[in-house]
Design a binder for this molecule. Structure first.
Ligand code: AHR
Length: 356
């Protein structure tokens, strides 16, 4: 198959470009040094090249396999851990050599990892951007090196010509679904006083936190009788969800609803509610996003009222697209993975284990 132009990279930069075909003037010292090493050996020393600030792992694959450099945010939630497993399992199944870097919640670590992937001349780069902004320079470097970049899970605000495509969740839709649940839940029963909503949002500046907040407001703010009286970031972490709720309850405000951007924060918030003598799901209506097993169990137990799935199983699609990109193909511009909604009235007895 003839290699197609990708992001302005000429046809000559086809499948073998990252193995042997880089023009010398696009390399700096480190890259030249790396190129002199057999790729198998490179994969072994790669962890040392990440400036000692983050862990990198190589998953073994057949000799001369496609090499995918993947920069993950970290391990802030059960959802994220499953997302990592999905990528690692899918790479192994697809016979792709994965170089996996954990950025430990720092954008600067992600940028360093991507630069290392460029120096190593991987075939394809994929990354989960912790925040929306600040990627233009490193994406331009990848484009100059002729390496296609796939953005996964979270979105970025860089020019679309700088990356091959996006695959991930539709966070605005998740926020809208949360609001629709509330409209149904309180239909006909909110006369006389506003329904007071506390929102625990995700990482500041991340597309998922922005999208969930926007989607929710797009619906709820058009409805009289609802008021978001509190909104704070809990950074998608259980400990912070606990702390936010503990502090919020100190003033004994009336909280009718908790809209939490992920299950980890929700589980922490529920601990704080119980400590304060409140019954989660009854004294406070709870809507949460992710659908990890513990949230589904709480839904079945009546302690959570609505769970909106955020699907972490993105690995197989990422590998399919990486294979296309490695041979000069195009990726679809945006792919949103399938996601379900689980409500308190649903029969969940046949729902298979979630796996996260
Ligand atoms: O980007 C997806 C979000 O990040 C998930 O909702 C959350 O649990 C994770 O940490």
């Amino acid at each position: 198959m003839a290699a197609k132009s990708l992001n302005g990279v000429p046809e000559a930069c086809g499948m073998l470009r990252n193995l042997y075909g880089k023009p010398r003037d696009s390399m700096h010292f480190e890259a030249s040094f790396l190129r002199a090493m057999p790729r198998k050996l490179l994969a072994l020393v790669f962890p040392l090249l990440l400036f000692g600030c983050q862990k990198a792992e190589k998953i073994s694959a057949p000799k001369d396999a496609l090499i995918l450099g993947f920069s993950q945010i970290g391990a802030e939630s059960a959802w994220r851990i499953r997302n990592t497993q999905s990528v690692q399992e899918a790479a192994e199944q697809a016979g792709i050599q994965l170089i996996f870097a954990n950025a430990e919640q720092k954008q600067e670590n992600q940028i360093k990892a991507i630069r290392s992937f460029i120096a190593y001349q991987v075939d394809v780069i994929a990354f989960v951007p912790i925040v929306v902004s600040g990627w233009d320079n490193v994406l331009q470097e990848a484009r100059k090196a002729g390496i296609p970049v796939l953005v996964t899970d979270r979105k970025i605000d860089a020019d679309e010509s700088l990356y091959a495509g996006f695959i991930g969740t539709d966070s605005e839709k998740e926020g809208r679904e949360a609001a629709f649940f509330l409209l149904d839940k309180f239909a006909g029963s909110k006369a006389g006083y506003p329904i007071r909503i506390a929102e625990f949002s995700g990482t500041v500046g991340s597309s998922v936190a922005d999208g969930r907040a926007k989607g929710f407001r797009d619906i709820i703010e058009k409805e009289p009788g609802f008021e978001i009286f509190y909104s704070e970031s809990g950074d998608f972490m259980r400990s912070k969800g606990y702390e936010l709720m503990r502090r919020l309850l100190e003033d004994r405000p009336r909280i009718d609803v908790l809209f939490s951007h992920n299950d980890s924060m929700t589980l922490g918030a529920m601990d704080a509610m119980r400590e304060a003598g409140l019954r989660p799901g009854k004294d406070i209506v709870i809507i949460t996003i992710d659908a990890q097993q513990k949230a589904i169990d709480a839904l079945k137990a009546g302690e959570v009222n609505c769970v909106i799935e955020c699907n972490p199983n993105q690995g197989p699609l990422i590998m399919d697209i990486a294979k296309q990109l490695a041979v000069g193909g195009q990726a679809p511009r945006f792919i949103h993975v399938d996601e379900a909604i689980f409500r308190e009235e649903d029969d969940l007895s046949a729902l298979p284990p979630r796996g996260y």
